[in-house]
Design a protein around this ligand. Structure first.
Ligand code: ATP
Ligand code: MG
Length: 391
């Protein structure tokens, strides 16, 4: 009988000096929440890593849940042994028994980490001792390859001793909430959900704001964006989802301003409203899925004219990404298929034939003078809907 544990390694967190403790505590509470449906016999931290004892039959499912938590570099099913050679050998044998593939000769290399330097046998001696026992018992299935093994047999000697082979990659990053809060401007496209994921990965707690222009945009379009938010919540945790009908703004612009200015002016309205919501809800920054040069409004001049209207920072994690790179992440995180469902964005309904690509602040402002900005912002916000999207 051996004891199986899931071990969780926090990567970058270990670099964070004084903050490390807070980060780890936060990550651990997220992990425990993620596996709250499973029976956990015990959990504790040893030399940075988290160890969770549970039913080994449920490990695969549990690891799938744990993987979603940011701040984790890798996860390993491992066997806990006593700090004696005999116990380690037993542990290693039991571990390798689970790795046998009938009819296949796999290669391995033992990799001992003697964190507890008081342990009397040093790594260079221990490696062949543990490798030897594997060869003695399972020569039909395993042989040593020091240079390019199929698997490493890791042996960590700490207060206890742990043996494992698999290192299942986590997303890395920082646990949600450790870098403040952001309000994502969520459209129905491919980019903004990816932007949410990337900022969440850096520890930002994300809420979403969507602009529609019902009845020019449909209920189905709205449902699609809500679905995207719920897919994002898989990573970010619960989301507050704000939605605003921007139709009054579009109507006012198309009635009063030059058609070419529609996109840039409506974007500035979006930002004004986003900032107001952020300020009222203690949110520290706005987030968009803009990528330089992707569409007419996403030029450096466009970006600076948009920035001018708000004081909060606007985070644009995709600014330097190519569309193909963005699509790759969208596929990985599972938002792509929803993003490409057909729907009419409020912006596409009101997109001018030839939008200005290099707007000048002076021109934009003089167009905006024809509008009652404050009244329009207030009217839209007064009709805002707010719902909770639970993970
Ligand atoms: P996406 O794929 O995210 O829709 P896009 O390539 O279509 O982006 P734009 O439509 O120019 O680019 O939008 C740029 C950014 O502005 C979006 O990533 C999003 O953050 C924000 N945005 C655009 N339209 C909306 C909307 N209807 N509601 C909320 N935010 C929006
Ligand atoms: Mg869009």
């Amino acid at each position: 009988m051996v004891d199986w544990y899931i071990s969780v390694s926090f990567g970058e967190l270990t670099l964070k000096g004084k903050n490390r403790h807070t980060f780890e505590k936060r990550a651990i509470s997220k992990i425990l929440a993620a596996i709250s449906d499973y029976k956990i016999e015990e959990y504790y931290q040893e030399q940075g890593k988290l160890y969770i004892k549970a039913n080994v039959e449920e490990f695969d499912e549990m690891i799938d849940e744990i993987k979603k938590v940011f701040g984790i570099v890798y996860i390993s099913p491992c066997i806990k042994c006593e700090k004696t050679l005999e116990s380690m050998q037993n542990g290693v044998l039991e571990l390798m028994r689970t790795k046998i593939v009938e009819g296949k000769l796999q290669t391995f290399k033992v990799d001992v980490h003697r964190v507890d330097k008081r342990f009397e046998i040093k790594s260079p001696e221990l490696n062949p001792m543990l490798g030897g026992i594997i060869l003695k018992n399972y020569s039909k299935y395993f042989k040593v390859d020091i240079k390019n093994p199929d698997m490493f047999v890791y042996v960590d000697i700490k207060d206890n001793c742990y043996v494992y082979t698999d290192r299942i990659k986590g997303w890395g990053g920082l646990p949600i909430g450790s870098s403040g809060r952001g309000l994502l401007l969520l459209s129905g496209g491919i980019d903004s959900p990816v932007a949410a994921f990337l900022m969440a990965k850096r520890g930002v707690k994300v809420d979403c704001l969507h602009f529609h222009s019902y009845p020019f945009t449909s209920q189905r379009g709205y449902e699609k964006v809500k679905k995207l938010a719920s897919e994002i919540s898989y990573y970010t945790g619960n989301i507050t989802f704000y939605s605003i009908n921007l139709l009054p703004v579009y109507k006012a612009i198309s009635k009063n301003c030059k058609e070419r200015m529609m996109t840039i002016i409506s974007r500035r309205f979006m930002m004004r409203m986003a900032e107001r919501i952020a300020n009222e809800n203690k949110i520290d920054a706005l987030i968009t899925g803009e990528s330089l040069g992707q569409v007419a409004s996403q030029t450096i001049q466009g970006v600076s004219v948009i920035n001018e209207v708000v004081d909060l920072p606007i985070l644009r994690p995709l600014i330097a990404s190519d569309k193909t790179e963005i699509i790759e992440i969208a596929r990985q995180i599972g938002t792509y298929d929803t993003s490409i469902l057909p729907f009419e964005d409020c912006c596409s309904v009101f997109t001018p034939k030839r939008p200005v690509t290099k707007p000048r602040l002076y021109d934009v402002k003089s167009e905006e003078e024809k509008l009652d900005i404050e009244a329009l912002v207030q009217e839209c916000i007064d009709n805002m809907e707010v719902i909770k999207i639970n993970q």
